[in-house]
Design a protein around this ligand. Sequence first.
Ligand SMILES: *Cc1c(COP(=O)(O)O)cnc(C)c1O
Length: 278
Amino acid sequence: MLPIVYLNGQYVPKEEAALNVADLAILRGFGIFDYFRYTQGRPRFIEDHLDRFLRSAKLLSLDMPADREALREAVHQLIQRNGGGDGGIRFVLTGGYAPDGYTPTRPNLVGMADPFQGPPPEQYETGIRVILHRYERELPEVKTINYLEGIRIQPMIRQRGAQYALYVDREENIRESDRSNFLIVRDGKLVTPTDNILHGITRLHLIKLAAELDIPVEERTVSVAEFMNAEEAIICSSVKGAMPITYADDIAIGDGKPGPITRKLMQAWPEYAARHEG
Ligand SMILES: *Cc1c(COP(=O)(O)O)cnc(C)c1O
């Protein structure tokens, strides 16, 4: 019977969980989602993720068919019905079936519990390589299902021997990566952009963890020039946790190895995250 999917208030086997082709998610890429991990059957930062999911819906004027309490219940049901253990919860809210192919109607709400697959462990040891790519996400504060540019440039990223792209805006500032937030270390301080980004829950909690570890944090814009001269750089997301960036466009960041503050955060992260599960 596994896996079991939540679809508009029902729990159904995944192969039976179907949406009509008239959904605006298919026709126009209109919809939102959220994603978070669970370990040993316990969801991580669940209230923060529900906050953001509800906020994304509001920003696109999509009517959420379930309230916060019902969403929370769906999370626990999904985990239980899929055997507990470790995984990731993905909620998707679509534009719904549009008779005219354009106007949102009643959204469809889907919830899935998928096996968790993290990045290759060696990437935390060596760090990752990024390319700089000129792009500004549309509606940066909304977690939309639209990853047109990020997916389009995947072959280019691979061809250049990198794993991810950092998005550079018109003012030559770096905002974030395609599915991750972005931080640097400058003069021993953690610096991270805060305007026109998707407010990641991992970023939020890395800032709190830094405070616990007495690492000063500044939230402000970061230029490309400042990044290229940074002591350390990090991308972070629910899937990755904190990950060192060691090369950008084939130029070393710092000494091209994960730095001490990055390693300190990576080391403390699992215990910190475990304290926020349940
Ligand atoms: C999901 C996402 C992030 C990271 O958010 P987390 O809540 O930490 O997983 C950052 N940027 C974009 C564009 C995203 O879609």
